[in-house]
Design a binder for this molecule. Sequence first.
Ligand code: NDP
Length: 385
Amino acid sequence: MKILCVLYDDPVSGYPKTYARDDLPELPGYPGGQTLPTPSSVDFTPGHLLGSVSGELGLRSFLESQGHELVVTSDKDRDGSEFDRRLADADVVISQPFWPAYLTAERFARAPRLKLALTAGIGSDHVDLDAAIAHGVTVAEVTYCNSISVAEHVVMSILNLVRNFVPSHQIVLDGGWNIADAVARSYDVEGMHVGTVAAGRIGLAVLKRLAPFDMHLHYTDRHRLPLEVEEELGLTFHASAADMVPHCDVVTINAPLHPETEGLFDDELIATMKRGAYLVNTARARIADRDAVVRALQSGRLAGYAGDVWFPQPAPSDHPWRTMPNHGMTPHISGSSLSAQARYAAGTREILESFFAGTPIRDEYLIVDGGKLAGTGAHSYAVRG
Ligand code: NDP
């Protein structure tokens, strides 16, 4: 089979020869009991850079030893890109949210052999799920592989914004010492109200991590958490984002992008937030209206916005989120730490092993299968229908 894998570019300084640390911690499993990926074996060193082109997700020797052909490229967007050229005879496309190979309906039509669209990460919104359903293509992702990585980034971003870390660091880089400039926008999170839109794997992990900061915790979700979880963490449930956000000093978005969430944070919803609220979005850029966010930062309705998700990706150099005031944006990195890469590379191999053997792909990895939403997809996504 032909496997077409689209990954982000290698470091500009070249593929690393050494690393900052020698190993990764051993984890017993994911919170809640889901097991870590279980491929038959792996051919890479956990902690090495696997997510860029030369890292190849550690798949080459495994695939070639079984007679498959692997093409890895970062060239996905320009007219006549390698991705577009290779699509016609690809059986499997592997892509990542960080550097998404957008599988549009038009591309599905040009990929007659495609059977599996595999997301080496979480979030398959770069795949047109309606088109996947129509073409009978299975969509799978490595559920849970980087949920905790993202939750850590969310907590970091909240602290960064509220405590005004980035401008304070810039003062140091600039050789300065003006404490007043740094602290004139700096607060404590203690006692603030923080709410998450969605309390799935990431959202709940964020709430758990923020509880020790003595914040008041709020959430909204399509399904309510078990009562004992609400009681243990002292959570306040709200029926909708609109109900929740007026109560919050900090809002974090942790829902998938699908028709129900697209454009949710528009001018209207943001206008109901407290003046000086902070918004952290590591879910998907298009859950927020790009220009409404810029306007809210300029007017002071929002005191800060942070996250790592943009549209499109990579973001153009003139994307307004690069230059808007009081932001803590990064490229799409939160779910691609070296720790996360080891898990999603192993999970990708596990899914491929099942696919080649014709054995079921774990239900928790499935988004679309058999011409309909399946597994995790049936639980967390919606389609236009
Ligand atoms: P989960 O599937 O565990 O959680 C998603 C939650 O969103 C579910 O609880 C789901 O509800 C809820 N939800 C869906 N639609 C709505 C809605 N309209 N309103 C409120 N809640 C809703 O996924 P994860 O927590 O692991 O990941 C969440 C998202 O984060 C991913 O879809 C992805 O877009 C993004 N992500 C970003 C990464 C990054 O690197 N920045 C990496 C990984 C993920 P229920 O199931 O109860 O119906």
